[in-house]
Design a binder for this molecule. Structure first.
Ligand SMILES: Cc1ncc(COP(=O)(O)OP(=O)(O)O)c(N)n1
Ligand SMILES: Cc1ncsc1CCOP(=O)(O)O
Ligand SMILES: [Mg+2]
Length: 539
């Protein structure tokens, strides 16, 4: 690892340059002085995040992003403003620090009165401000502390004094539940090491963990040359890689603040840390995807729309896991007969497929009793959640409900997609097998998220299944706006030719025997993935 050059230092106006407005002092409210408010809080508690951060005049990042993200995820967000920045889509033009006494006062006002669940920190520009925050956190206990060590803006401008480094490392991190540096911030925290690989990110997470937080998330969104945005999560024992799709957009201003405040919102709602990070990643990815074409400002980096769900079809509102059609890229569909043949458990087979790069998994277990199926499905859900890979259940809505799977895949002779939607609710993924344009039209009307189309080639995995060939596949794709995954007889020899059809809504291939009727599932999956990736790169 080599050292990277320091970012440019921006002028930070000293606190003395700000005139502080003095108002007549009123006592801080407490349940004792205001008992009727405690009764109201008991009736309807609202998950509450307090953000301690800087104001961003362009409203893409900072306090403004935190308030919008929490609102979108259903948490109340109060704010303690540490600095006022002048910035736009071109960068940061100025920074004024709020006087320390007023920061202390804001903290006291909110924490003494408002039953804060989680504190999330953003821009903490001076060592004095970090000290005041630590004192307040010692005085008022909260459920969790999320520290986003904002030091450099995405435009490369410095947002904190170098003296804060020691206070972050020695004081604040020890109180934090999670610390969420990006690679530049991780590098700064660790004295300038440069991070180029996932292995470097793991090392950095381990080193930052030693400063005392319970969890570390090193964000890899800035790592170059990858179709995936990989974040490394570390709990002191194990690493989890959160893989997201890299959205092609210039509207990324405020992603770090949004991710951290979304984690805080989910924790305030009662999530586990791993689940909070997963929901936050999905939320940011969806917001970026929905804001790809926004034009706000003339600079190189625009804001995105935190409230994108207000514009989504009703069945998507409130869903925690939005379906990303790109996840159909390499769809692994299990088969217990094949697993038995090779002595694999369902869990081991799913683990191996994910290790090899499967982007979505379906449990298609035709010969298994319900109780055993549910046990396996629950174990597979844990495996898939911790890798950020969606898990669907074939045919069995009851099993999907019982294990809280991400969705269900049904065919023409199964329960209809409309009824599945009724049962599963708005946030789940529903796939429907279609062989004709008329079936594709019906699936869309019924609220399906994607179509499975095949058999494209002859297969022995599914009996009496007519072969459609490329013509049948293309006819279904062209008849629908829904994303399509091709299935049936697809293997390493012919997968490339399927993707080379170049139909825009054909998003990937679903495969059973070429992955699972094999000794080494991870090797077969890895091989197929690299074939698909090379076709995509050429397209
Ligand atoms: C991705 C995908 N596409 C198609 C199918 C086939 O579903 P169906 O027609 O219901 O047949 P069975 O799989 O239930 O035998 C699928 N499972 N997955
Ligand atoms: C479930 C299904 N639906 C259409 S073809 C098929 C079987 C695909 O299995 P394989 O990938 O082994 O050909
Ligand atoms: Mg079926």
């Amino acid at each position: 690892m080599s050292c990277s050059p320091p970012p440019p230092i921006l002028r930070l106006h000293p606190p003395s340059s700000i005139s502080s407005f003095s108002s007549p002092r009123r006592p801080h409210l407490s349940p004792r002085t205001c008992p009727w408010r405690l009764a109201a809080a008991r009736e309807m508690p609202w998950p509450h995040v307090l953000t301690v951060a800087g104001s961003d005049s362009s409203a893409g990042a900072g306090i403004q992003a935190d308030v919008k993200a929490c609102a979108a995820l259903g948490a109340y967000c109060s704010s303690v403003i540490t600095a006022v920045t002048a910035q736009n889509t071109a960068g940061v033009q100025g920074v004024h620090l709020v006087p320390e006494e007023l920061i202390r006062e804001q903290l006291q006002s909110v924490l003494s009165d408002m039953s804060v669940d989680v504190v999330k920190t953003g821009m903490l520009p001076s060592a004095g401000i970090i000290k005041i925050l630590c004192e307040s956190l010692q005085k008022f206990s909260v459920k969790a502390l999320v520290v986003d060590p904002v030091m450099v803006s995405t435009s490369g401008d410095s947002l904190s004094d170098p003296s804060t480094l020691t206070y972050y490392r020695d004081e604040l991190f020890a109180m934090a539940d999670i610390v969420t540096p990006n690679v530049k911030e991780a590098s700064k925290l660790l004295g300038g090491v440069s991070l180029h690989t996932i292995a470097d990110m793991r090392d950095a997470a381990e080193s930052i963990y030693k400063f005392g937080p319970r969890y570390v998330l090193v964000k890899g969104g800035d790592m170059p040359d990858s179709s995936e945005a990989i974040d490394v999560f570390y709990d002191g024992k194990e690493f989890v890689e959160f893989r997201g799709h890299r959205i092609k957009t210039h509207n990324t201003h405020g992603t770090g603040c949004t991710l951290a405040s979304s984690i805080a919102a989910e924790l305030a709602k009662g999530s586990s840390m791993l689940n909070a990070v997963q929901v936050a990643k999905n939320f940011v990815e969806s917001a970026l995807h929905h804001s790809k074409d926004l034009v706000i400002g003339n600079g190189p980096q625009g804001p995105f729309d935190h409230l994108f769900r207000l514009k989504c079809p009703p069945y998507n509102i409130g869903s925690e896991r939005r379906f990303n059609p790109d996840s159909l890229f390499l769809y692994a569909v299990t088969d217990s007969r094949m697993n038995k043949r090779w002595g694999h458990s369902i869990e081991d087979a799913v683990k191996a497929a994910i290790e090899g790069g499967a982007t979505i998994v379906q449990l298609r277990e035709k010969d298994i009793e319900s109780r055993a199926f549910l046990e396996a499905a629950k174990a597979c859900m844990d495996i898939c959640r911790s890798s950020g890979v969606p898990l669907l259940i074939n045919d069995r809505v009851d099993i999907a409900l019982a294990c809280n799977a991400d969705g269900v895949h049904v065919g023409q002779s199964d329960i209809s997609a409309r009824e599945v939607r009724e049962l599963l609710g708005p946030g789940k993924i529903i796939g429907v097998s279609c062989k004709t344009p008329a079936q594709a039209e019906q699936a869309w009307r019924d609220g399906a998220d994607y179509l499975g189309c095949g058999g494209v080639f002859p297969t022995t995995t599914k009996a009496n299944n007519p072969t459609l060939g490329f013509e049948g596949l293309k006819a279904v794709c062209l008849a629908s706006k829904l994303p399509v995954v091709a299935i049936g007889g697809i293997n390493a020899t012919n997968a490339g030719s399927v993707m080379e059809l170049g139909v825009p809504n054909l998003k990937g291939v679903a495969v059973v025997s070429a992955l699972f009727d094999r000794e080494c599932v991870s090797t077969e999956t890895r091989n197929l993935r690299s074939i698909l990736t090379s076709v995509r790169c050429l397209a």
